[in-house]
Design a protein around this ligand. Structure first.
Ligand code: 5GP
Length: 195
């Protein structure tokens, strides 16, 4: 059996990565599994441990770094986020397509470590900075200074997209999700994975 794809989705905080991901994951033809990250960030209102993230202490995160348990990890506005390594490989070997929703430093690490042809990366762009700010504020989960930091970080990320295979404009959720779905299906077809 061929190894499954590794799909990377990045984009500035508030661009709507989670919404797009959930939409894409509904399509059974894509055979997707979401890689649940580990984070030191506190859960937001509706977030569930083991579903949205594995919420861990700084000490637990640190011990995972020391034990080389991450495919990649990065610091983002005061918290750490990482992708557990073994699970990703295990699922890909089983032929599943693994979906990573990670920021750009992490994406860069994955792209330099995983050299096989089954990697496909997307960067999601907001229609405007105003729209981005509106979305972050709508979440009502962060204090003003964090909102500001996330926005500044997002603006910087949007200038560093050259390593991504595809830049996708998130003007309408349905349209952006459809574009990404089509590109993943094309890649599956090219690599002959859905036999
Ligand atoms: P948030 O706090 O908004 O959930 O996530 C902050 C940023 O960290 C987002 O850009 C999100 O995609 C990214 N992120 C989530 N999990 C991971 C991970 O495992 N590794 C890396 N590098 N970034 C992650």
């Amino acid at each position: 059996m061929e190894k499954g794809l590794l799909i990377i989705l990045s984009g500035p905080s508030g661009v709507g990565k989670g919404t797009i991901r959930k939409r894409i994951m509904k399509n059974d033809r894509l055979n997707l599994v979401y890689s649940i990250s580990m984070t030191t960030r506190a859960p937001r209102n509706m977030e569930v441990d083991g579903q949205d993230y594995y919420f861990v202490s700084k000490e637990e995160f640190q011990s995972n770094i020391e034990n080389n348990n991450f495919l990649e990890w990065a610091e983002f506005v005061g918290n750490r986020y990482g992708t557990p390594k073994d699970k990703v490989e295990e699922l890909r070997v089983q032929g599943r397509n693994v979906f990573l929703e990670i920021e750009i430093n992490g994406a860069e690490q994955v792209l330099s470590k995983v050299k096989d042809e089954g990697v496909i990366s997307f960067f999601l762009m907001p229609p405007s900075i105003k729209a981005l700010e509106k979305r972050i504020r709508k979440r009502k989960s962060e204090p003003e200074e964090i909102i500001h930091e996330r926005l500044e970080k997002g603006k910087k990320e949007m200038t560093m997209t050259r390593d991504y295979d595809h830049i996708i404009l998130n003007d309408r959720v349905g349209r952006a999700a459809h574009k990404i779905t089509r590109l993943i299906l094309k890649k599956i077809h090219e690599l002959n994975l859905n036999k």
